[in-house]
Design a protein around this ligand. Structure first.
Ligand SMILES: Cc1cc2nc3c(=O)[nH]c(=O)nc-3n(C[C@H](O)[C@H](O)[C@H](O)COP(=O)(O)OP(=O)(O)OC[C@H]3O[C@@H](n4cnc5c(N)ncnc54)[C@H](O)[C@@H]3O)c2cc1C
Length: 373
């Protein structure tokens, strides 16, 4: 069996779904495949930034995401039990001047529901095993419940995550290195004094850090760069039921080339980095929506790739710097870093640069901030 389509997306994670939605919105033929028989249920990325909401506005997904999520005004930096600084997202003069807390499983579900309304359904149980970059008609080999198949397309998008089969088929390097930390996370009900409208970063310059993000009323994600975070939660948060726990390690890696011919990579298939700053999922959605807009406008995909590579490299660097700063130890960690952080966040323009980066606008110059700081 051999089939033809216009754009074929491999992988129905957030990056692939957002790409499919944007293409479908323009009336471009799109198919989206995923090897998993069912949608994944893990909460994974829990913060959607304003830039992502802006990009998903036109296809009708943002209103749904906002209705389902928790609006976060910003993030507190807590050192030694005291709030030392606040990132204030409400200073963004943008219609989305907040971060949105929402479990990734919910984000994916709502993107898939919106996509179905555009007439596109995720084809599940289809695993791409190989890619043929063949002039104007690249194709994939895939295992399906009905047997092996070949699917050709005008464009193929590899949105198949960090272990991307598409990237491996193209023989593209994914250079980088693992971080030394062992991370742990928990999604847990908190009934105490954990703020529902602010995330919180608890810096301990001697031990592991802890980051809390509200993701539904009464429910929070807490992540730490040390093991067993559930056992270390502050008593004042009054922890209740734990819904999901996971231990994981993180690497920073990025492809040197975004693709070959008419086969291109987006999302984790192209870049992975520290969770500091919460950019991972958002960056993949940006990749995909930008790609779709280029296809629609018949603009240069090479130009798109160059811009995305530039931005991804910057995010990998920025998240690395944030992580190094937050986990610094010794004299710098105990004495210099806290003082530096306090004074940095007191200075209006520097605070605004950091918030703009986390909000996804670091590559956008004409975005203004209002209010005093
Ligand atoms: C435990 C955990 C916690 C995380 N926490 C955060 C966080 O707090 N903030 C943040 O920003 N990010 C976080 N991340 C990272 C975030 O989940 C990823 O950045 C995001 O999922 C990337 O989206 P994606 O669409 O590029 O890839 P993925 O979500 O990995 O989706 C890839 C899809 O491709 C499918 N696929 C794979 N191979 C094939 C194949 N050969 N054929 C067909 N389909 C295939 C998979 O089934 C999957 O559905 C976390 C990740 C994990 C695992």
């Amino acid at each position: 069996m051999s089939e033809k389509t216009n754009v074929l997306i491999v992988g129905a994670g957030p990056a692939g779904l957002a790409t499919a939605l944007e293409l479908a919105r323009y009336g471009i033929d799109v198919r989206i495949l995923d090897k998993a028989a069912a949608a994944q249920k893990e909460s994974r990325a829990v913060a959607i930034n304003p830039r992502t909401l802006e990009l998903l506005d036109h296809c009708g997904a943002s209103a749904r995401l906002i209705a389902a999520g928790v609006k976060l005004k910003g993030a507190r930096i807590v050192v030694g039990g005291r709030v030392r600084a606040t990132f204030d997202a409400t200073r963004l003069t943008h219609r989305y001047n907040f971060m949105l807390g929402l479990a990734q499983s919910e984000t994916e579900r709502l993107l898939a529901v919106t996509l179905a309304e555009h007439g596109v359904k995720v084809e599940r149980g289809v695993e791409v095993t190989d890619v043929e970059v063949d002039g104007d008609r690249p194709s994939v080999r895939a295992r399906t419940p009905a047997g092996e198949t070949t699917i050709a397309a005008d464009w193929i998008v590899g949105a198949d995550g960090a272990h991307s089969a598409v990237r491996k088929s193209l023989d593209l390097d994914f250079p980088g290195a693992p971080y030394p930390f062992h991370w742990s996370l928990v999604d847990v009900d908190l009934a105490g004094d954990a703020e529902e409208d602010h995330a919180e970063m608890r810096l301990d310059w001697k031990g592991p850090i802890m980051v809390r993000v509200p993701l539904a009323p009464g429910r929070h994600r807490v992540i730490s760069n040390g093991p067993g975070v559930l056992a270390r939660l502050p008593a004042s948060w009054k922890p209740g039921q734990a819904h999901w726990q996971s231990d994981f390690s993180v690497s920073h890696r990025m492809v040197k080339e975004r693709g070959r011919g008419r086969v291109w990579l987006i999302g984790d298939a192209a870049h992975i980095h520290s969770p500091a700053g919460g950019r991972g999922m958002n960056l993949g959605i940006e990749d995909g929506v930008g790609f779709a807009r280029c296809i629609h406008a018949k603009a240069s995909i090479a130009g798109w790739a160059e811009r995305r590579q530039h931005l991804a490299a910057r995010v990998v660097r920025e998240s690395d710097a944030m992580q190094r700063f937050a986990t610094a130890k010794g004299f710098f960690g105990r004495r210099i870093a806290p003082a530096l952080l306090r004074s940095m966040l007191r200075v209006g323009p520097l605070h605004d640069v950091l918030v703009r980066a986390i909000a996804g606008f670091s590559d956008h110059k004409p975005l203004h901030f209002g209010g005093d700081h």
